[in-house]
Design a protein around this ligand. Structure first.
Ligand code: UD1
Ligand code: UDP
Length: 357
């Protein structure tokens, strides 16, 4: 079988790496990078560190408004699909690259397979929610990471082609944690001891593009004594500078601002943090895998099981709630096995390899 895989943004490189490896044992994979992320720290570093094969096509689309970015991707992807004539198009997660790949394929009757189908935030103001719902509804194979995701799909009438595989990010986390232990030097470079700091990431549009929300988060970070290590996404850097917050945050005595890091460093920073402060979906899960308490800078999450288990608290951009959670939030300890067994890649490729009924 020939499968065209579409990736484009940081979390997709991390999600695709082990599926690709498994897929290539049995099938031909054509890798398309949309170019949604193009800075070295958001793209090339992952291909180098994780030994991801170079993309067969790099579309170089770059940043733009939602419609322009998604539209340009669709035009370029359609051309590739008409030329390559794959049996499947494989997409990951919920970015504009995901939606562009899914729509371009479905419209020319190429079946779509979606990894990480089904999580819902139940808020259509969130661009990723739109991407995920639309992608799921044009997909023929839906690889759900959790039972909640399967249930969400069922409520939307999507039951055919749905498979509970576990979360591919657990596969990557388990596999690359071992590599990170050997190779990452980030803790020594930054002089960090185990549990001696908090890790923060912020990039969600609802937090960065809204000045009041970003100010409130920044104010909370600077109001605590805890050391906070903050790899700054370029979107966030842009808005911090625009709102005149960047220099102040950078110079705050408890803050360590760094460029975005590679996955191995990200795993080490997460696993050794006292707490994680984030609006990243991926980081919420990794904190849970590493048994690190997570304070989520969002009103909702697609990963409700972590909140139910008591390892994640939702504080949005509320200054007082963020400070209170930094000081007092402590999980109860119990974790269910909701994200599977770390063998999602094998299961996904196994399902692909069976004839479609
Ligand atoms: C995108 C995804 C989001 C995902 C995130 C992962 C969408 C709608 N959003 O958000 O779901 O969680 O990736 O990190 O698909 N920029 C750079 N260099 C880059 C890429 C982006 O400077 O290599 C800057 C540009 O100013 C750009 C902004 O970041 O306008 C936003 O980039 P974009 O890809 O549109 O969205 P992300 O916020 O990265
Ligand atoms: N990540 C990384 N470097 C960073 C910040 C995050 O490698 O500086 C990793 C993180 O470990 C996780 C993934 O990026 O695996 C999450 O991606 P992101 O937060 O960009 O997007 P989301 O998960 O919210 O879609």
């Amino acid at each position: 079988m020939k499968i065209v895989t579409i990736v484009g943004a940081r979390p997709q490189f991390i999600k695709a790496v082990l599926v690709s490896k498994e897929l290539r044992k049995k099938h031909k994979e054509v890798l398309v990078h949309t170019g949604q992320h193009y800075d070295r720290e958001l793209s090339d570093i992952f291909f180098d560190e994780l030994a991801i094969p170079q993309p067969d096509y790099n579309l170089g689309i770059g940043s733009d408004s939602h419609a322009v970015q998604t539209g340009k991707m669709m035009i370029a992807i359609e051309e590739i699909l008409l030329k390559e004539k794959p049996d499947w198009v494989l997409v990951y997660g919920d970015t504009n690259s995901t939606l562009a790949g899914a729509l371009a394929a479905a419209k020319i009757q190429i079946p779509v397979a979606h990894v990480e189908a089904g999580p819902r935030m139940f808020d259509k103001n969130i661009p990723e929610e739109i991407n995920r719902v639309l992608t799921d509804h044009v997909s023929s194979l839906l690889f759900a990471p959790t039972q909640t995701a399967v249930d969400n799909l069922k409520k939307e009438g999507v039951t055919e082609g749905v498979h509970l595989t576990g979360d591919i990010m657990l596969d990557s986390f388990l596999h690359f944690s071992r590599v990170a232990e050997r190779k990452s030097k980030i803790l020594a470079e930054l002089g960090l001891g185990k549990k001696g700091y908090l890790l923060a990431t912020v990039h969600r549009a609802g937090n960065t593009d809204d000045e009041q929300n970003l100010r409130s988060i920044v104010d909370a970070f600077m109001s605590v004594d805890d050391r906070i290590v903050f790899p700054v996404h370029p979107r966030t850097e842009k808005y911090l500078k625009q709102y005149g917050l960047y220099a102040m945050l950078r110079n705050a005595p408890n803050m360590t601002l760094i460029d975005p890091v590679g996955y191995l460093d990200s795993i080490m920073l997460t696993s050794n943090a006292g707490k994680v402060l984030t609006d990243s979906g991926g980081l919420q899960k990794e904190a849970y895998f590493a048994r690190v308490p997570c304070i989520t800078l969002d009103e909702t999450t697609g990963w409700v099981e972590i909140v139910q288990d008591g390892w994640n608290t939702l504080v949005a951009s509320d200054r007082e709630k963020i400070i209170a959670a930094i000081k007092h939030f402590q999980p109860k300890g119990r974790q269910r096995k909701v994200f599977g067994d770390g063998r999602a890649a094998v299961k996904i490729v196994g399902i692909f390899s069976k004839p479609v009924s």
